[in-house]
Design a protein around this ligand. Structure first.
Ligand SMILES: Cc1ncc(C[n+]2csc(CCOP(=O)(O)OP(=O)(O)O)c2C)c(N)n1
Ligand SMILES: [Mg+2]
Length: 345
C-alpha cells in the first residue's frame, strides 16, 4: 500500500520513518495493543455469559490504531470515538475494571453503569465520549479543537470514525470548518472495509473514502497501513505535531479489518472467507511480535508483558463481577452539567 505520510528530520517530533522508534516505545506499543486485545476478548466472554447489558461492538483486529495514537498523544489531548470505542477509551489511561464494570452496568463502572458500552466517557482522561450516531461527533470534535485553539493550550483533538462515516454530511461540514479555521484536530478514518453489513466499496464513488477526498478540503491525502502499529504511531506523531504547532488539521485513513461482525448480533458471514483469512494472517499483534523478535527483543520480555496483562485482566474482571449494581437514585444525578436533575425551562 502506498504511504503518503510526510517526513520531517526530527524523529522526536514524529518523523514518519518507523526506523527511528526506540525500543521502549516499541514495547509500549506492543503492551498497549496486547492490553486492548485481552480487554475486548474479555468483554466478549462476559457478553457470552450474559453479563454485559445491551449490545457491544468490538474492534478486535483494529488495535494498532487506538494503540498507535494512544501512545503518541499528550495526556491532556482530547479523544472522540464511536460506539466501537472500548480500546480508544482504554488507551487514554482509563482502567480495565471501570470499562468492564461499565459494560456490566456495575457501580465500579466508568459512569457508574449508566452509560454502557456505547457511551464510555472520561473527561478527566480527555476521553470526551463515544458516539452512536454516525458522524455526530466530528463537528463536536472540531468544537473541542476550537476551544483549545482559543484557550491557547496546545491540546490536540483526535477524532476516530469508520469508513461509512465519510458518506455522512457531518464529515464534510466538520472537515471544511476545521480547515478554514486551522483547528488542531486529527481526523482518523478507520477503514475496515465495511459499514454495518455493507461493503464501503459498493456505495462509494472513490476507492479510499477519506484519503481520496482529502484534497477537496485542501488537505494532503494520507493513507496508511492501520495494521502496522509503528506506521500508525509515526503518522500520529506527524499529525499531532503539525496541529500543536498551529499547522491545522489532518485527515488520516488507516486501512484495517475487524475480526468479527459489526456487533454481537452479526456473525459477519457476508465477508468472503479468503478476504477474512488474508486479514487474519495480517493480525497486528502477532505480526508486530515477530517484528520485535527480529529486531532483537528477547522473547522473555514479551512473555512478561503478556503474563502481566493476562493477570491484570483477570483481576479487573473479578473487581467488576463483584461490584454491585448502582443504586437506583443515581438516575437523578448528572442529568445537567452541574450534577443536578431539577426541572428547568
Ligand atoms: C446517523 C446514523 N445512521 C445509521 C446508523 C446505524 N449504524 C450504526 S453503525 C453503522 C455503520 C457504520 O460504519 P463505519 O462508519 O464504517 O464504522 P464501523 O462500524 O465499521 O466501525 C450504521 C449505519 C447510525 N448509528 N447513525
Ligand atoms: Mg467500517
Amino acid at each position: 500500500m502506498e504511504e503518503t505520510v510526510t517526513t520531517s528530520t526530527d524523529p522526536s517530533e514524529g518523523s514518519g520513518d518507523i526506523r527511528y522508534i526506540d525500543t521502549e516505545i516499541r514495547l509500549k506499543l506492543y503492551r498497549t495493543m496486547y492490553e486492548c486485545r485481552v480487554l475486548e476478548q474479555r468483554a466478549y466472554d462476559l457478553f457470552m455469559q450474559n453479563l454485559v447489558k445491551g449490545t457491544s461492538h468490538l474492534a478486535l483486529g483494529q488495535e494498532a490504531i487506538a494503540a498507535g495514537f494512544g501512545v503518541a498523544m499528550r495526556q491532556d489531548d482530547y479523544t472522540f470515538c464511536t460506539y466501537r470505542g472500548h480500546t480508544h477509551t482504554y488507551v487514554r489511561g482509563v482502567s480495565m475494571e471501570s470499562i468492564l464494570g461499565e459494560l456490566m452496568g456495575r457501580e465500579c463502572g466508568l459512569l457508574r453503569g449508566k452509560g454502557g458500552s456505547m457511551h464510555l466517557t472520561s473527561v478527566e482522561h480527555g476521553a470526551m465520549g463515544s458516539y452512536a450516531i454516525i458522524g455526530a461527533h466530528l463537528p463536536v470534535a472540531a468544537g473541542a479543537a476550537w476551544s483549545a485553539q482559543y484557550r491557547g493550550t496546545g491540546q490536540v483533538t483526535v477524532c476516530f470514525f469508520g469508513d461509512g462515516t465519510t458518506n455522512i454530511g457531518a464529515f464534510h461540514e466538520a472537515l471544511n470548518f476545521a480547515v478554514i479555521w486551522k483547528l488542531p484536530v486529527v481526523f482518523v478514518c478507520e477503514n475496515n472495509l465495511y459499514m454495518e453489513y455493507t461493503a464501503i466499496k459498493d456505495v462509494t464513488a472513490v476507492e479510499n473514502p477519506a484519503a481520496d477526498r482529502a484534497e477537496a478540503y485542501g488537505l494532503e491525502p494520507i493513507l496508511i497501513d492501520g495494521n502496522d502499529v509503528d506506521v500508525v504511531y509515526e503518522a500520529a506523531g506527524v499529525a499531532l505535531d503539525k496541529a500543536r504547532k498551529g499547522g491545522g488539521p489532518s485527515l488520516i485513513e488507516a486501512k484495517t479489518y475487524r475480526h468479527g461482525g459489526h456487533s454481537r448480533a452479526d456473525p459477519g458471514k457476508y465477508r468472503p472467507d479468503e478476504e477474512l483469512q488474508g486479514w487474519l494472517a495480517r493480525d497486528p499483534i502477532p505480526t508486530y511480535r515477530e517484528r520485535l523478535i527480529s529486531l532483537g527483543i528477547e522473547d522473555e520480555s514479551l512473555e512478561a508483558i503478556e503474563s502481566e496483562t493476562d493477570a491484570a485482566i483477570d483481576a479487573a474482571t473479578e473487581v467488576a463481577r463483584n461490584s454491585p449494581p448502582p443504586p437506583v437514585d443515581i438516575a437523578h444525578i448528572d442529568v445537567w452539567a452541574d450534577g443536578s436533575a431539577s426541572w428547568r425551562n
